[in-house]
Design a binder for this molecule. Structure first.
Ligand SMILES: Nc1ncnc2c1ncn2[C@@H]1O[C@H](COP(=O)(O)OP(=O)(O)OP(=O)(O)O)[C@@H](O)[C@H]1O
Length: 249
């Protein structure tokens, strides 16, 4: 379980990112939706502390993340994979090398710098590329792959760390419909295998189609939290309202 309680984030320019956010993420696919500037990215990035909220709690199992020291944070981040809208791959490197980077978090600094990977790690990286449908592209430079293929390399890289959770920050924003379907189906399959998937999305129709749960954010507050089937017109009106609507309103 991933539990967030009383989380607050205000940026140095006084912009409110999150306000008293309480939410528990369950297994399956959870889509975080809301208007632009609502706080979706702030919420997602608070989970692996790419953003540090000033108060509240983020717990994965019994491990507190918001206040973890550097050593503990490194361990926690190894349990949480991430994929990005712009893929965050090293374009000049082959797909396989990018996937191998997924195990850097579990290596010593020196082994990482020297690019020393064991035979088992290399075999696993190939296996994961095959799993995301890219067995024939292992030695291809990422720069030469399509957007959908790059995102699948990003997913294979995240899987390399055997994560319990994968955070997905608008993973389909740059993809065409066919690639969107491939990536969202893959994320759904990973959820069925027990990896918790949390995905920021702009498209309500995609959230409806692929998510088990929806978390709706408006002006830094959670205004909807429930199964996808409950995302009715009233819930959508609250999520996309110009003025924030309190959770208990
Ligand atoms: N680094 C930052 N410095 C200052 N303000 C920020 C920063 N990042 C986000 N904000 C502000 O915090 C609020 C929430 O932003 P956030 O990026 O989390 O929203 P979002 O829902 O992900 O938006 P979008 O859908 O446009 O990506 C917004 O008002 C935004 O302007």
């Amino acid at each position: 379980m991933l539990t967030i309680a009383g989380l607050n984030k205000t940026y140095p320019n006084h912009k409110r990112g999150l306000e008293a956010v309480n939410v528990t993420f369950a297994p399956g696919v959870t889509a975080i939706i809301g208007p632009s500037g609502a706080g979706k990215t702030t919420l997602l990035r608070s989970i692996n502390r790419l953003i540090t909220p000033e108060s509240g709690s983020v717990r994965l199992g019994d491990q507190e993340i918001r206040t973890a020291n550097a050593k503990a944070l490194r361990k926690i981040r190894h349990r949480i994979g991430m994929i990005f809208q712009d893929y965050n791959l090293i374009e000049e490197l082959a797909a396989i090398d990018n996937v191998l980077h997924g195990c850097l978090g579990g290596k010593t600094w020196l082994a990482g710098i020297l690019g020393h990977y064991t035979a088992a790690e290399q075999a696993r990286a190939y296996e994961l590329l095959a799993e995301v449908g890219l067995a024939d592209f292992a030695t291809q430079r990422c720069a030469d792959l399509s957007g959908g293929q790059k995102q699948r390399v990003g997913i294979a890289r995240a899987l390399m760390q055997s994560p319990e959770v994968i955070l997905c920050d608008e993973p389909i924003a740059s993809l065409d419909p066919a690639s969107t379907q491939a990536v969202m189906t893959l994320l759904g399959d990973l959820a069925k295998r027990g990896i918790m998937i949390i995905v920021n999305l702009h498209q309500v129709d995609i959230a409806r189609q692929y998510a088990d749960h929806i978390v709706g954010v408006n002006q830094g507050r959670i205004v909807f939290d429930g199964p996808t089937a409950g995302l009715n017109d009233a819930a959508l009106a609250a999520i996309y309202a110009k003025e924030a609507v309190a959770e208990d309103a």
